[in-house]
Design a protein around this ligand. Sequence first.
Ligand code: MG
Ligand code: MG
Length: 253
Amino acid sequence: MISIKSSKEIELMRKAGKIVALAHQQVSQAIRPGISTAELDAIAEKVIKNNGAIPSFKGKEGIKGSIFPATICASINNEVVHGIPDARVLREGDIISIDIGACMDGYHGDSAKTHPVEKISEEARILIEVTRQSFYEGIKYAKNNNRLSDISNAIQVFVETHGYSVVRDFVGHGIGKELQEEPQIPNFGKPGYGPRLASGMTLAIEPMVNIGDFRVRILPNNWTVVTADGSLSAHYEHTILITEEQPEILTKL
Ligand code: MG
Ligand code: MG
C-alpha cells in the first residue's frame, strides 16, 4: 500500500528535505580536485547533525549482510550509485554523483545530483544535463490521478531520445517513515500502468543514466554499482509530494 501523508507528516518531510538540500549545497561548494570523498561525507554529516537530523543511509543493510558505513553515497565516473566515501580524491575531469538522505523526527528526505569536477568533457556535460532534465520530464506526469508508469515512460523516452540508457536494476521509491517504501518507481516502461497517483503521496524519483549500455554490476564491496561497459553514469533525484497540480519538490531550499 502506498501511504498518504498527513499535513503534519508533510511538514516534517519538508524539514528533512531542506536539510538534505542544505547538505547538498555545502558539499557541492566543496567539490574540487584534490578533495577526498570522505571529506565530502564529513561535510554532509555535519550539516545533517547540526540541524537535528540523522543520516538516512548510515547503517543501512545491503546485500550479504553488508552495512553502509557513511552519510553520503559518492559515485565517480562509471560508478552509478552507492559509492562508499573513502580517501580517494577527485581529479579534474571527473564527474561525481552525490546522494544524500536525512531523517528528521522520523521522516526521510532523499536527493541526488551529479557534479562536474572543474572542466569536464562535453560528453559528460551533456550526460549530466540530460539526466537532470529527464527528472523534470518525468515529474510533468507526477500528479493526482495519473498512473505511476506515466512518469517512468517520460523519463525513458527522454533519455533514449538522447541516445543514452536508463538503469533497470535500481529504481525510485516511495519515501516517508521509511527511506524506501512502496511503490518501486522504474525509470522505464510503458505509460498507463501501475497505481494511480494521489495527492499526499511522497515519492523519490531518481533517473540513473548511462552513456552506454543500461547493464550494471556490483563491486566486491557489496555496494558500489558500476556500469557493466565502463561508460559514464549520472544520477538525479528529488523527493516530491504529489498534489492536484505540479508536484512540490521537498528536497530543495
Ligand atoms: Mg538517494
Ligand atoms: Mg532514493
